[in-house]
Design a protein around this ligand. Sequence first.
Ligand SMILES: [Zn+2]
Length: 163
Amino acid sequence: MPPLLQQFADLFWKYGLAAERSGAIRGTHFSRHRLAPRVLLIRDETRPESASYTPLSHSISVNAAHAAVDGLQARWNALKARGGSSMRDDPALSSIVGLEKHSSCLMVHELTHAWSSTDHSGHSDISLTISGDSQTLPYEYAAVAVHSYFVQTGFLADLFAQT
Ligand SMILES: [Zn+2]
């Protein structure tokens, strides 16, 4: 299990709790859970999805049979060694832990299920207020909007510092 995935979830959750507490973001439900979901690595060819969130256990299962997690930590370390210049240099890494401002990636998709307490059956529109701006967005856009706010407020620098 690449530690990066749990570190990403932990930091994402910390940012979510802080944004709710300060009122910077309304419409998310991070505070239903004090801690980030536990990230589990599974390898199951019979399951079609690359990852899923289970509300009952508040956990994210990443399926190594479909998600490109092999060598993920090494690729992350290499990116860091290059100064983290561009995630675009590594599209496979970016598809799992996208860090650019408008990326949509596996971890952000699943963490959005976690803060909205939904599983894969629910990809409904989400009403959000971010920095006073209220919008109802399709699921994936809402996911990106929250992640983008975190990236703008230091998420990337913190993740690099903590991993
Ligand atoms: Zn989903």
